[in-house]
Write a protein that binds this ligand. Structure first.
Ligand code: GDP
Ligand code: IMO
Ligand code: MG
Length: 431
């Protein structure tokens, strides 16, 4: 049975959450495979009074709104137990999830973000080498995983043992924390801080890999939900201005505990333009009135930190790069509606670099590369109510077709508004 991976093709916030929510109607299992509460995935769904409700999930998979769907937090994630518990409170309050409902599964091999990870992330971001992180403890938690000082979520089952693991991690962190002028917590402090949420979370622990494998072997339809985006991936992104996890499609295998044969399609999500939050190169960034217009019309403020997102023109070399490193089979373009009213749209088609003009993304020279633009005409008609490509203004259709042609990946869907239904389906991803 097909497994579909949803991956951000840019610097995150492409609208992955909306697409995963929408596709979950036809799926049985949704697995988040990377990242942690640095993600903010926004779902806008119809309510009973004819309006819409907005829900932002950070750790919980975006399939949670569909009551029959099993949602797994995969082993590739880093999970802050306190942040997760808070998110669960919100979902209970909204009637989305009932306390103890086992359709939410926490992989016992996911790593924990503990208070000292948050402390280190926050202190580093005050220094001269800040990356512009979300300060959610992501980097330090993955550092601990790689240096074999991490603490699995499964450790919550035995707090005495957990305290011993935490002591080992703190022994390594203490000099760093002291050098930054702070006092490290004691292992007992750390365990005491999370104790109030332990029973609630232990109840949801399971072997995530087995749950997903059982689903696949039982013919279930599975979505592997990516977080962040290709250009934030620790291997393939704009290093060192990246997150610390494998956000690209390869991360779906290691981060969910399945082999590549479990995945038959890889769907890249891209905005009709480009945004970035935090530091790092962004060659097509617009520091002008047009950039302001994109930010205003697109509501480009971070779902997690509220920071204004940097905005710019679409980058086709970057999307070709995303095709390559993810093996994209399909492309979904979101936020087409945001471009309505612009007199023209500049499309980055190549780069001028110290080594000449290139069509590939010069990932190692992005700070000096100059985008080469081709100008396309804008359109004035609203597109929010379009439900087929034929209902789009001709110039909007030409824009979408150009993206597909240049990236050499077919379009599976176009999103024309934040709401679940503001969508143009083009290809059936579970066929
Ligand atoms: P994610 O992290 O990839 O899930 O994306 P975010 O939720 O962080 O950011 C995407 C934002 O765009 C959210 O506020 C969505 O509600 C919104 N959005 C998604 N698709 C569309 C669309 O087609 N048009 C508009 N105007 N907004 C959209
Ligand atoms: P979603 O899943 C956009 C960015 C941060 C920062 C860098 C490192 O909502 O698309 P981190 O806290 O991960 O160490 O920060 O990565 N970043 C994101 N930007 N969307 C995200 O997630 C992001 N997650 C991390 O802004 O530049
Ligand atoms: Mg987001």
């Amino acid at each position: 049975m097909p497994g579909v991976t949803i991956v951000g093709a840019q610097w995150g916030d492409e609208g992955k959450g909306k697409i995963v929510d929408l596709l979950t109607e036809g799926a049985d299992l949704v697995v988040r495979y990377a990242g942690g509460p640095n993600a903010g995935h926004t779902l806008v769904i119809p309510n009973k009074t004819g309006g819409h409700d907005k829900i932002v999930v950070r750790l919980v998979p975006s399939g949670i709104l569909w009551p029959e769907t099993v949602c797994v937090l995969g082993n590739g994630m880093v999970v802050d137990p306190l942040a997760l518990s808070k998110e669960l409170d919100e979902l209970v309050g909204k009637g989305v999830w009932t306390e103890g409902d086992k359709r939410l599964v926490l992989s016992d091999r996911a790593h924990m973000i503990l208070p000292y990870h948050l402390l280190v992330d926050g202190l580093r971001e005050k220094g001269q080498f800040a990356v512009g992180t979300t300060k959610r403890g992501i980097g330090p938690a993955y550092e601990d995983k790689a240096r074999r000082n991490g603490v699995h979520l499964g450790a919550l089952r035995d707090l005495a043992r957990m305290e011993r693991h935490v002591a080992r991690a703190l022994d390594a962190w203490a000099p760093t924390i002291r050098a930054m002028g702070e006092t490290p917590p004691t292992p007992a402090d750390v365990v005491a801080a999370i104790r109030p949420v332990v029973d609630r979370l232990v109840n949801l622990l399971d072997d995530g890999s087995r749950v997903v494998d059982d689903g696949i072997r039982g013919g279930k339809k599975v979505i592997f939900e990516g977080a962040q985006g290709t250009l934030l991936d620790v291997d393939h992104g704009t290093y060192p201005y990246v997150t610390s996890s494998s956000a690209t499609s390869g991360g779906a295998c290691t981060g969910a505990g399945v082999g590549p044969t479990a995945i038959s399609r890889v769907v890249g999500i891209t905005k009709a333009y480009l945004t970035r939050v935090g530091g790092g190169p962004f060659p097509t960034e617009l520091n002008d009135e047009t950039g302001e217009t994109l930010r205003r019309n697109g509501g480009e403020f971070g779902a997690v930190t509220g920071r204004p997102r940097r905005c710019g023109w679409i980058d086709l070399p970057a999307l070709r790069y995303a095709r390559r490193v993810n093996g994209l089979t399909d492309l979904i373009v979101t936020k087409l509606d945001v471009l309505t009213g612009l007199p023209h749209i500049d499309v980055c088609v190549a780069y001028d670099t110290p080594h000449g003009r290139v069509r590939d993304l010069p990932i190692n020279d992005l700070d000096v590369a100059k985008p080469v633009y081709e100008r396309m005409p804008g359109w004035t008609e609203r597109v929010e109510t379009a439900r087929s490509l034929g209902e789009l203004p001709e110039k909007a259709r030409a824009y979408i077709e150009r993206i597909a042609r240049e990236v050499e990946v077919p379009i599976a869907m176009v999103s024309v508004g934040p709401q679940r239904e503001a969508t143009i389906p083009v290809r059936n991803l579970f066929a």
